[in-house]
Ligand binder design. Structure first.
Ligand code: HSE
Length: 333
């Protein structure tokens, strides 16, 4: 049995999803010969450490009851620096101003020779190449499938299953909140403000929903995808972004009567990155509704390949993290 010691740094919705998924998949992991021990969990109030492996059920229960798992006053970065372990699951909230604590956690992990798996878009949307180079120099693996499209396995699809193909372009819906708002605006003939409130109730909007409706969240994901697939060094500020705030239900209805739905589409083509409202023919592979994400990849050998899935959610995002964790444990790239 291969023992892998991990920390979960950030114990909000995604971090808790990771704990749930590790419990749920324990038998499967054992069958694969993996003994995954969570030796530390950190949230914004402190940390919980058990070198023999934390009882995840109790940790989740304590988080629900007390709002924190903390039993020691140690920050995530202190855990990363001081406690010996193999993999850091970095699930702190996204900060796109300067990468915030997530960036510090990632750099500390590489300095200490620990692999990183993250769902945190901020550091990657700002300093992609620097982080990837630092990870490589430190001999660490750095996996971030969960940052783009949640459960939709787009990065691993392109880099793994489609390996050998030249990727000509990628187009997709990378923000579930906007997709939900646009879908409901057409159904209800209502304004985007009204439907934003509904999307927020679904729990998938960013804390500051401006990031969703102005296209910034989609731009961050597009940049991470483009950098990883095309080996670029862009930041989300390089994306020509337009959001959905100017779209009216009347214009959507007119388009619909002509056979089109209005979608917020991110695109990378010939080195150019853009996010903006586009008209997509009804029934086209990109015309998915509700909170779904979708990505269509044009390849030289396989032709067009389209994948859709849930772009947000605690367990869904944890699914992408689990897959990255198994890849690291199995020494896959
Ligand atoms: N606010 C994001 C979305 C969450 O709506 O897609 C997932 O990154």
């Amino acid at each position: 049995m291969k023992q892998v010691r991990i920390s979960i740094i950030g114990f909000g919705s995604v971090g808790q999803g990771v704990a749930e998924v590790l419990m749920k998949k324990q038998d499967y992991l054992t069958k694969m010969g993996l003994d995954i021990k969570v030796i530390a969990i950190s949230d914004s109030k402190g940390s919980f450490i058990n070198q023999n492996g934390i009882d995840l059920n109790s940790a989740l229960e304590q988080k629900r009851q007390k709002g924190t798992v903390a039993n020691v006053q140690k920050t995530g970065v202190e855990i990363i620096n001081e406690i010996e372990h193999d993999v850091v699951i970095e699930t702190t909230p996204t900060n796109i101003e300067d990468g915030g604590v997530g960036l510090e956690n990632m750099l500390a992990s590489f300095e200490n020779g620990r692999h990183v798996i993250t769902s945190n878009k901020g550091p990657l949307a700002l300093k992609y190449k620097y982080l990837v180079d630092t990870a490589n120099l430190s001999g660490c693996k750095f996996k971030f499938e969960a940052t783009v499209g949640g459960a939709m396995p787009i990065i691993n699809l392109i880099k793994g299953v489609l390996a050998g193909n030249d990727i000509l372009s990628i187009q997709g819906i990378l923000n579930g909140t906007c997709n939900y708002i646009l879908t409901r605006m057409l159904e209800e003939e209502a304004s985007y403000e009204q439907m934003l409130a509904e999307a927020q109730e679904r729990g998938i909007a960013e804390t500051d929903p401006t990031y969703d409706v102005e296209g910034i969240d989609a731009a961050c994901k597009l940049v991470i995808l483009a950098n990883s697939v095309f080996d670029m060094d862009s930041t989300y500020k390089d994306v020509d972004s337009v959001g959905i705030t100017k779209i009216t239900p009347e214009s959507m209805l007119l388009a619909y009567n002509d056979g089109y739905v209005t979608k917020l589409i991110g695109e990378v083509r010939n080195g150019k990155l853009s996010v903006g409202p586009r008209l997509v023919p009804v029934g086209h592979p990109l015309s998915v509704g509700d909170t779904l994400n979708v990505a269509s990849v044009q390849t030289d050998l396989a032709g067009p390949v389209t994948i859709t899935g849930r772009g947000a959610g605690s367990i869904e995002t944890a699914s992408a993290i689990l897959s990255d964790l198994i890849a690291i444990c199995n020494n896959d790239n």
